[in-house]
Design a protein around this ligand. Structure first.
Ligand code: BES
Ligand code: ZN
Ligand code: ZN
Length: 503
């Protein structure tokens, strides 16, 4: 799909369908919707008066124009209450309208800039959100379906703006939205891909392909390299699998004048069976997506390669399967991580923190700062925050505030969790430096995991994002399809961009 920004009157465009909008409770539409209503001899107002259009959030009404104006279909998208309106609702209603039009065979469509006249939303931000809503909302993962889909694709979406002077800025916003979306979609594709198509080797190949396309540095540490460095925790998790582990390193250098480099570290468990502490089989298939953190790092690096901000970033992805076998890690085993600390493996299903212990130690060794890690880490985080928010854990309030702001801009909800020192006891081991599971009652499980990571982040300003509840959606909602969401790719990109503009 191509997204254009055009000047002109939306009723006169040579397109199949146009999207206008209505806030809840508005009886006579104004602005562009009002102009369309007039051109249709009051058809929209009549439907409002009859109660068929209420303007409720995500309400989609299709009206056939029967030759009165050039576009054959008008979609009236409900924006909900004006006081509750925000950019994420622009993404959501654009997605809903585009999906409806795709089903009715529209190929070329146009939309007005939602919310841009109504206070806090700028036309530029609205244009970016429309682009993201359209790309992300029309996504589907059909790679393994041989049957053709029962709907066509939308070829072109025009965003219509009356004021010609605003067009160049709006075009730049659409480009930003496109890059954000294509990157999030890269992460979705990787997460949706089953584990037999997304092994650690496939993940490294994908990272290499991204690096070659977008001019990033690429390196991969094999098992021997990991052993030489002393990555005992990652190797411990990998020893149960016959797939070779990979430690993937991507680097983007946009500021040669600076010796500072931000670190993004993503959990890359391409399948998490739990290992010897095996998981129940119900929903075990979802654990093909346990590399969602790693995928989000590869995807964010891809975005940086195209956006080229003035900043340096290195992405680290420890990738392996977590499987039971005769060689597998056993509950009670003790592993030594790259920084020399020993970890008692009380439960082999708490493998994410093990591989991240080595990756965070490595980030420290090569002096990355600040470091953000992203991981589908704990079921406990899902219990705490559901599928609405990712959990934020940090040792640095300034950096975590920047991550929270980046998430807010992206419409990817985040909630900060406490890291009080009283929680340190959760990971106490009697026979090693630290234990990989918190207390048997599982109380404070998401914090216990974060506390182990904090031990390996050391003094580096560090933020941990637990995306266990948000990397998948169990239903289509707004611009999120069922399946992989691509969270938190757009947050990571915003976070890095905020560092670039600061310097
Ligand atoms: N990958 C899982 C966490 C997870 C659960 C992600 C649900 C997404 C959805 C992780 O490796 C895990 O199994 N964690 C255990 C830790 C426990 C054994 C201390 C958990 O959360 O149950
Ligand atoms: Zn696990
Ligand atoms: Zn896991």
């Amino acid at each position: 799909m191509n997204i254009k920004v055009v000047a002109g009157d939306i009723t006169e465009l040579g397109v199949d369908a146009i999207i206008v909008n209505l806030f809840e409770g508005v009886k006579s539409p104004g602005g562009a919707t009002g102009a369309v209503d007039k051109a249709l001899d009051g058809a929209i107002s009549q439907l409002i008066n009859k109660g068929e259009i209420k303007g409720k959030l995500n309400e989609i009404t299709q009206i056939h124009t029967l030759g009165k104006i050039s576009p054959g279909t008008v979609v009236v998208a409900g924006l909900g209450k004006q006081g509750n309106f925000d950019l994420n609702k622009v993404r959501g209603i654009t997605a809903a309208a585009c999906r409806t039009l795709r089903k009715s065979e529209a190929r070329r469509i146009a939309t007005i800039l939602h919310g841009a006249g109504a206070g806090s939303i700028s036309p530029e931000n609205s244009a970016q959100a429309i682009a993201e809503g359209a790309f992300l909302g029309l996504y589907s993962f059909r790679q393994h379906i041989t049957k053709t889909s029962d709907y066509g694709e939308i070829d072109e979406l025009s965003i219509v703006e009356r004021d010609e002077s605003k067009i160049p800025a709006l075009k730049a916003s659409v480009t930003k939205g496109r890059i954000m979306s294509e990157s999030a979609i890269l992460a979705r594709d990787m997460v949706n891909q089953p584990a037999n198509f997304m092994t650690p080797t496939h993940m490294a190949e994908k990272a290499k392909e991204v690096a070659e396309t977008w001019g990033l540095g690429f390196e991969v540490l094999e098992k021997e390299g990991m052993a030489k460095l002393g990555m005992g925790a990652l190797l411990g998790v990998a020893q149960g699998s016959s797939q070779p582990p990979k430690f993937i390193i991507l680097s983007y250098r946009g500021d040669e004048s600076s010796d500072k480099t931000i670190g993004l570290v993503g959990k890359g468990i391409t399948f998490d069976s739990g290992g010897i502490s095996i998981k129940p089989s119900e929903k075990m298939d979802e654990m093909k997506g346990d590399m969602g953190g790693g995928a989000s790092v590869i995807a964010a690096m891809r975005a940086l390669g195209e956006m080229k901000p003035k900043v340096n970033v290195t992405g680290l992805i420890p990738a392996t399967e977590n499987l039971p076998s005769g060689n597998a890690l056993k509950p009670g085993d003790i592993l030594k991580a790259l920084n020399g600390k020993t970890i008692e493996v009380a439960n082999t299903d708490a493998e994410g923190r093990l591989i991240l212990a080595d990756a965070l130690s490595y980030a420290n060794r090569i002096k990355l700062s600040p470091v953000v890690d992203i991981a589908t880490l704990t079921g406990a985080c899902v219990v705490a925050l559901g599928d609405v928010c990712s959990g934020v854990f940090s040792n640095d309030q300034d950096v975590s505030a920047r991550v929270l702001r980046a998430g807010d801009e992206a419409g990817e909800r985040m909630w900060q969790m406490p890291m009080y020192e009283e929680y340190d006891d959760l990971d106490k081991s009697e026979i090693a430096d630290i234990k990989n599971t918190g207390d048997k009652s599982r109380s404070g499980g998401a914090i216990a995991a974060a506390k182990l990571l904090a031990e390996f982040a050391g003094d580096t300003p560090w933020v941990h994002l637990d995306i266990a509840g948000t990397f998948l959606s169990n239903k289509e909602q707004g611009y999120l399809p069922k399946g992989a969401t691509g969270i938190p790719v757009r947050t990571l990109v915003n976070f890095v961009l905020s560092a670039a503009t600061e310097s």
